[in-house]
Write a protein of this length. Sequence first.
Lengths: 333, 402
Amino acid sequence: MKKILAIGVLFVFVAAGLVSLAQEDVFRIAALMPSATNDLAFSQSMYDALAAIQEELGEEAFEFTVQDSTYIVDDAAVALRDWAASGEFQLVIAHGSQYGPIVEELAAEFTDVSFAWGTRQDTFGMDNVYSYAAASDEGGYFNGVLAAHLTETGVVGLVGPIEVGDGKLYADGFANGVASVDEEIAVNIVFIGSFSDVPLATEAAETHLANGADILTGTAQMVVGPIAVAVANDVLWFGSDASQDELSEDIGVAFQIYKWEVLLLDMISNIKEGLLGGEYYKLTLENGGLVMEYDKDFEISDELMAIADETIAGIVSGDIVPIPDMMEEDSGE
Amino acid sequence: MNKASGNSQLALAGRLNRLIDFAPVLIALLLALLVASVLLLALNANPLEAYDFMLKGAVGSENATAETLVKATPILFVGIGITIAFRGGMINIGGEGQMIVGALAGVTIALVMGEMRIPPELAKERGAFDVFIVACSLVGGFLAGALYGGLAGFLKAYFDVNEILSTIMLNQIAVQMMNFLLNGILLDPAEAGFNNIPKTARLVTAAQLPRLSLPIGDPHLFDRTRLHWGLIIAIALAVVIYIFLWRTSWGYRIRAVGENQRASSYAGINVRRQMMFSMFLAGGFAGLAGVVQVLGLQYRLQTDGSPAGFTGAAGFNGIVAALFGGLNPLGAIPAAAFFGGLLVGAQKMQRELGVPASLITAVNGLIVVFVVSSEIFIIQRSKRRVSLQETPEGLDEAEETG
């Protein structure tokens, strides 16, 4: 009887050990996002990237949890600290440059936890902080070139959030792309001062149309308003951050899509090898982190497709520099 | 029946009534959780598990409790101010704007004085604390918020401008002012040029409110949390305002105007002055909430362009806390802690269950609506008690018991 009991106990310990080992093999990421995971923009791009990694690595090897719609910086601190203190996650992502000061504070306190934040270049000189950004000016330039070829009124409108980070990069790139085709085309840019104010963004889009724009574009999560305006007025739409195909019906033309999985996979690999941070990543067309996708319902002519391919090739090769005087430091939402 | 035993019976009845008064609040809370359970079930989440996470998120650990108290601090400041305004017959919806204005003034003072008084090499020195800078920032934040709130009081008192509308409009002005300043003269010099993220520079360590830990255990309780001295200031001020409202002639005048303006006027009270004064104080406390958030927690003023991006909606949550606390500054203390816990705990629930953030907002909203609605039953019971006392039997009994 004692022997059976001993074997039973041994079996339980071995099983628990195996389960524990199996759990250790699972790589866990916790990610904080400023808007909803289905915002068709900044947050969704990260959520989609995490889902793509899970599909690639399998649920038994990769798990992730998110807290979305955390636009209040103070709330972000609660979540990030909770994750860092739990010891359950190998990587904690703060997806928004407004979270930077919190990451700086927590990274100093939890030195064995790896943090990633963006979109900014700054790792605070810490060995457990990764930073990342997107060269959204590249997609902006591409969209600008196409928009310049498609406009009939010679007026295009852009609705941006706050004049910072990848929103500003996109706007500058877009304006330069248009100007590279025809400097006479007016690019009206409005930064509404908010990432999330959909009614205000809608009003800005209406104003663009009232001023003769026949093409609209924009960045950040409040673009659902301008897209609705574009659909209602049968005006072409160019998007950024994530695919907006499902919302833009037949007026969408092209979308710049952030593929964060490109850099996340590298981070995961580094962390597994013990490198917790200290590196800066940037999504570009060249490294596949930025992808230009055409709306399925938009019929692009062969001539325009050739121009589009030429533009991408020029940016990748370095022959085209979307913002020539841009400083190396860049940032994001 | 002798007088002493009659008094003790009355006191006992009073206590019993207060306990019974609290029952509708508990029932409302349970009903809210029940309705929220339906929403959770619809999203394939186990309600019991969800509420367990909520509780753990609010008070499940030392850090969770600290975060609840951190969240409660600005709510309490605003709640105290709202209590004063409501007691003075004024409805202050401008907590958000007043918080922002207070924070703007406080952070400006702290930045300027920090630069003047602290040598750059000591800017990040740990343990440095300049009580003069902090005191000036707090007073500056209070005064800025007070003037902003007082403006709505002035418009109401002298031009009969509806204070609900004026305070809401003033909220909008404040947030635009914040965006303008944070993109302009208050912008962190490190951001200027290429990033332009709307935030001020980080305050020098000497201008920051110290973190709070209690000498219990080793390490001390709350030693490694974000809890700061703002909580102690808020609780102390709640006591001060309780004494002010119920033990001073100034407080009496405010309450009298709130109860009946015409009667107060006949009694020789300057009604307009009291209206302005109550809004002045309400704005001041909201301003304090703003500056304490900066000095105690964020060490800089930062925004995403929306008011809640900085305030965390404490300007509105403070109203609910004040009502939940029975428009009593002391009642606002547990009420603020409750709502702090609710907000922090709900986040934990979202993280653990992966439910959408909008559901969390809905759950919080349900609890607020149900709990605040329970006030109706308490008022009805109170009226019934008064009418009973006014009946001949009640009067006889009251006379008999002294």
